[in-house]
Design a protein around this ligand. Structure first.
Ligand code: ZN
Length: 238
Protein backbone atom coordinates (compact mmCIF):
# COMPACT_ATOMS: atom_id res chain seq x y z
CA UNK A 1 0.00 0.00 0.00
CA UNK A 2 1.19 3.48 -0.77
CA UNK A 3 1.25 5.97 2.08
CA UNK A 4 -1.92 7.97 2.62
CA UNK A 5 -2.05 10.86 0.25
CA UNK A 6 -3.02 14.40 1.12
CA UNK A 7 -5.70 15.85 -1.16
CA UNK A 8 -3.20 18.43 -2.42
CA UNK A 9 -0.72 15.82 -3.47
CA UNK A 10 -3.42 13.85 -5.25
CA UNK A 11 -4.60 17.01 -6.97
CA UNK A 12 -1.03 17.78 -8.06
CA UNK A 13 -0.77 14.28 -9.51
CA UNK A 14 -4.00 14.75 -11.45
CA UNK A 15 -2.92 18.20 -12.66
CA UNK A 16 0.50 16.94 -13.83
CA UNK A 17 -1.05 13.93 -15.51
CA UNK A 18 -3.58 16.13 -17.30
CA UNK A 19 -0.89 18.51 -18.48
CA UNK A 20 1.46 15.80 -19.73
CA UNK A 21 -0.92 13.13 -21.09
CA UNK A 22 -0.71 12.54 -24.81
CA UNK A 23 2.51 14.51 -25.28
CA UNK A 24 5.57 12.97 -26.82
CA UNK A 25 8.39 12.00 -24.55
CA UNK A 26 10.39 15.25 -24.35
CA UNK A 27 7.39 17.56 -24.23
CA UNK A 28 5.96 15.37 -21.51
CA UNK A 29 9.10 15.86 -19.40
CA UNK A 30 8.89 19.61 -20.15
CA UNK A 31 5.30 19.66 -18.91
CA UNK A 32 6.25 17.88 -15.68
CA UNK A 33 9.25 20.13 -15.13
CA UNK A 34 7.32 23.33 -15.92
CA UNK A 35 5.98 23.38 -12.35
CA UNK A 36 9.27 24.94 -11.25
CA UNK A 37 9.48 27.50 -14.06
CA UNK A 38 10.97 26.93 -17.50
CA UNK A 39 12.20 23.36 -17.91
CA UNK A 40 16.03 23.17 -18.00
CA UNK A 41 17.57 22.09 -21.31
CA UNK A 42 20.55 20.19 -19.87
CA UNK A 43 19.88 16.45 -19.58
CA UNK A 44 21.45 16.12 -16.15
CA UNK A 45 19.54 19.11 -14.77
CA UNK A 46 16.33 17.61 -16.15
CA UNK A 47 17.07 14.29 -14.45
CA UNK A 48 17.69 16.04 -11.15
CA UNK A 49 14.46 18.04 -11.54
CA UNK A 50 12.38 14.97 -12.42
CA UNK A 51 13.89 13.09 -9.52
CA UNK A 52 12.88 15.82 -7.09
CA UNK A 53 9.31 15.79 -8.46
CA UNK A 54 9.24 12.04 -7.99
CA UNK A 55 10.48 12.34 -4.39
CA UNK A 56 7.95 15.09 -3.64
CA UNK A 57 5.01 13.08 -4.99
CA UNK A 58 5.85 9.55 -3.96
CA UNK A 59 8.46 9.72 -1.21
CA UNK A 60 12.18 9.17 -1.16
CA UNK A 61 12.25 5.43 -1.66
CA UNK A 62 11.85 4.12 -5.17
CA UNK A 63 11.47 0.42 -5.98
CA UNK A 64 13.04 -0.39 -9.34
CA UNK A 65 13.37 -3.54 -11.39
CA UNK A 66 15.88 -4.82 -13.88
CA UNK A 67 16.20 -8.15 -15.66
CA UNK A 68 19.49 -10.05 -15.41
CA UNK A 69 21.06 -9.91 -18.86
CA UNK A 70 22.55 -13.37 -18.31
CA UNK A 71 19.77 -15.55 -16.84
CA UNK A 72 16.73 -13.28 -17.15
CA UNK A 73 15.89 -13.22 -13.43
CA UNK A 74 13.98 -10.10 -12.47
CA UNK A 75 15.82 -8.18 -9.76
CA UNK A 76 14.04 -5.68 -7.56
CA UNK A 77 16.09 -3.06 -5.80
CA UNK A 78 15.37 0.10 -3.87
CA UNK A 79 16.88 3.50 -4.52
CA UNK A 80 16.78 6.52 -2.24
CA UNK A 81 15.70 9.20 -4.71
CA UNK A 82 16.51 12.12 -2.41
CA UNK A 83 20.05 10.85 -1.81
CA UNK A 84 20.46 10.06 -5.49
CA UNK A 85 19.48 13.61 -6.52
CA UNK A 86 22.00 14.90 -3.99
CA UNK A 87 24.76 12.65 -5.31
CA UNK A 88 24.25 13.23 -9.02
CA UNK A 89 27.09 15.38 -10.28
CA UNK A 90 26.07 18.81 -11.55
CA UNK A 91 27.39 19.53 -15.03
CA UNK A 92 30.15 22.09 -15.29
CA UNK A 93 28.42 25.45 -15.44
CA UNK A 94 30.27 26.51 -18.55
CA UNK A 95 28.92 23.42 -20.33
CA UNK A 96 31.87 23.55 -22.71
CA UNK A 97 35.10 21.57 -22.59
CA UNK A 98 38.24 21.35 -24.64
CA UNK A 99 38.91 17.71 -25.47
CA UNK A 100 42.12 16.22 -26.79
CA UNK A 101 41.32 14.41 -29.96
CA UNK A 102 43.44 12.92 -32.72
CA UNK A 103 46.52 14.95 -31.80
CA UNK A 104 44.58 18.24 -31.69
CA UNK A 105 41.94 19.82 -29.51
CA UNK A 106 38.21 20.10 -30.02
CA UNK A 107 35.73 22.39 -28.28
CA UNK A 108 32.74 20.31 -27.26
CA UNK A 109 29.62 20.76 -25.15
CA UNK A 110 27.25 18.30 -23.55
CA UNK A 111 24.19 17.47 -25.69
CA UNK A 112 20.97 19.08 -24.49
CA UNK A 113 17.43 17.85 -24.90
CA UNK A 114 17.08 20.20 -27.88
CA UNK A 115 19.98 18.41 -29.58
CA UNK A 116 18.31 15.06 -28.92
CA UNK A 117 15.00 16.29 -30.34
CA UNK A 118 16.72 17.72 -33.41
CA UNK A 119 18.66 14.56 -34.23
CA UNK A 120 15.96 12.05 -33.28
CA UNK A 121 13.55 13.45 -35.84
CA UNK A 122 16.08 13.20 -38.65
CA UNK A 123 17.92 9.95 -37.94
CA UNK A 124 16.68 6.55 -37.01
CA UNK A 125 19.66 4.35 -36.15
CA UNK A 126 21.59 4.83 -32.93
CA UNK A 127 24.83 5.32 -34.83
CA UNK A 128 23.34 8.02 -37.03
CA UNK A 129 21.98 9.75 -33.94
CA UNK A 130 25.35 9.70 -32.15
CA UNK A 131 27.11 10.93 -35.30
CA UNK A 132 24.66 13.82 -35.66
CA UNK A 133 25.07 14.68 -31.96
CA UNK A 134 28.85 14.77 -32.34
CA UNK A 135 28.44 17.15 -35.29
CA UNK A 136 26.09 19.44 -33.40
CA UNK A 137 28.05 19.54 -30.16
CA UNK A 138 31.59 20.09 -31.39
CA UNK A 139 33.41 22.96 -33.01
CA UNK A 140 36.71 22.85 -34.78
CA UNK A 141 38.58 20.02 -36.30
CA UNK A 142 36.17 17.12 -35.85
CA UNK A 143 34.60 16.21 -39.14
CA UNK A 144 32.06 13.73 -37.88
CA UNK A 145 31.27 12.48 -41.34
CA UNK A 146 34.85 11.34 -41.77
CA UNK A 147 35.11 9.63 -38.38
CA UNK A 148 34.98 5.84 -38.21
CA UNK A 149 32.05 4.29 -36.36
CA UNK A 150 34.33 3.40 -33.42
CA UNK A 151 35.59 6.97 -33.22
CA UNK A 152 32.04 8.33 -33.28
CA UNK A 153 31.10 6.00 -30.41
CA UNK A 154 34.14 7.06 -28.42
CA UNK A 155 33.46 10.72 -29.06
CA UNK A 156 29.83 10.21 -28.09
CA UNK A 157 31.01 8.76 -24.77
CA UNK A 158 33.24 11.78 -24.21
CA UNK A 159 30.29 14.13 -24.81
CA UNK A 160 28.18 12.11 -22.38
CA UNK A 161 30.81 12.52 -19.68
CA UNK A 162 30.49 16.32 -19.93
CA UNK A 163 27.10 15.98 -18.22
CA UNK A 164 27.48 12.95 -15.95
CA UNK A 165 23.94 13.18 -14.54
CA UNK A 166 22.52 12.82 -18.05
CA UNK A 167 22.61 9.05 -17.62
CA UNK A 168 21.62 7.52 -14.31
CA UNK A 169 22.63 3.93 -13.71
CA UNK A 170 23.15 1.40 -10.96
CA UNK A 171 25.46 -1.56 -10.69
CA UNK A 172 23.23 -4.55 -10.12
CA UNK A 173 24.36 -8.08 -9.28
CA UNK A 174 22.10 -11.06 -9.93
CA UNK A 175 21.59 -13.15 -6.77
CA UNK A 176 20.98 -16.26 -8.89
CA UNK A 177 23.92 -16.35 -11.29
CA UNK A 178 26.15 -13.62 -9.81
CA UNK A 179 26.28 -11.75 -13.12
CA UNK A 180 26.69 -7.97 -12.74
CA UNK A 181 25.42 -5.31 -15.14
CA UNK A 182 24.82 -1.57 -15.22
CA UNK A 183 21.05 -0.94 -15.05
CA UNK A 184 20.19 2.46 -16.47
CA UNK A 185 17.16 4.35 -15.24
CA UNK A 186 15.13 6.55 -17.55
CA UNK A 187 13.80 8.86 -14.85
CA UNK A 188 11.26 10.62 -17.08
CA UNK A 189 9.74 7.36 -18.31
CA UNK A 190 9.72 5.70 -14.91
CA UNK A 191 8.15 8.75 -13.26
CA UNK A 192 5.50 8.95 -15.98
CA UNK A 193 4.50 5.31 -15.54
CA UNK A 194 4.12 5.82 -11.80
CA UNK A 195 2.30 9.12 -12.19
CA UNK A 196 -0.15 7.78 -14.77
CA UNK A 197 -0.90 4.74 -12.63
CA UNK A 198 -1.56 6.92 -9.56
CA UNK A 199 -3.75 9.34 -11.55
CA UNK A 200 -5.78 6.54 -13.12
CA UNK A 201 -6.31 4.86 -9.78
CA UNK A 202 -7.60 8.15 -8.32
CA UNK A 203 -9.87 8.72 -11.33
CA UNK A 204 -11.39 5.25 -10.95
CA UNK A 205 -12.16 6.00 -7.30
CA UNK A 206 -13.62 9.42 -8.11
CA UNK A 207 -15.72 7.85 -10.84
CA UNK A 208 -17.12 5.16 -8.56
CA UNK A 209 -18.04 7.61 -5.78
CA UNK A 210 -19.40 10.28 -8.11
CA UNK A 211 -21.71 7.72 -9.74
CA UNK A 212 -22.90 6.34 -6.42
CA UNK A 213 -23.31 9.54 -4.41
CA UNK A 214 -23.27 12.40 -6.93
CA UNK A 215 -20.33 14.09 -5.18
CA UNK A 216 -18.02 16.41 -7.12
CA UNK A 217 -14.40 15.62 -7.82
CA UNK A 218 -13.35 18.23 -5.27
CA UNK A 219 -15.60 16.80 -2.58
CA UNK A 220 -14.26 13.32 -3.16
CA UNK A 221 -10.62 14.49 -3.10
CA UNK A 222 -11.31 16.18 0.26
CA UNK A 223 -12.46 12.93 1.91
CA UNK A 224 -9.86 11.44 4.23
CA UNK A 225 -8.26 8.24 2.86
CA UNK A 226 -10.02 6.19 5.56
CA UNK A 227 -13.44 7.61 4.72
CA UNK A 228 -12.91 7.26 1.02
CA UNK A 229 -11.87 3.63 1.38
CA UNK A 230 -14.93 2.95 3.54
CA UNK A 231 -17.30 4.47 0.98
CA UNK A 232 -15.60 2.59 -1.83
CA UNK A 233 -16.16 -0.66 0.10
CA UNK A 234 -19.83 0.18 0.52
CA UNK A 235 -20.19 0.94 -3.18
CA UNK A 236 -18.49 -2.32 -4.08
CA UNK A 237 -20.69 -4.30 -1.66
CA UNK A 238 -23.88 -2.75 -3.01
ZN1 ZN B 1 21.30 -13.87 -13.46
Amino acid sequence: MSPAMSPNREKTILDLWERAAGLDRWKRDDALLAEEGAAPRGLGARNIGLLSIRTFLFGRFWKLRSNCSNCGTEIEFEVNGAALAQDLPRAATAGVAVLDWGGGTVVARAPTVDDLIAVATRHDTRQAVVRALVERCTEGTVEALELTEAAVEEFGDRLEQLDPAAIVGFDVVCPVCNHGWPATLDIGDALWIELRYAAERTLVEIDALARAYGWSEDEILRLSPVRRAAYLQLVEAA
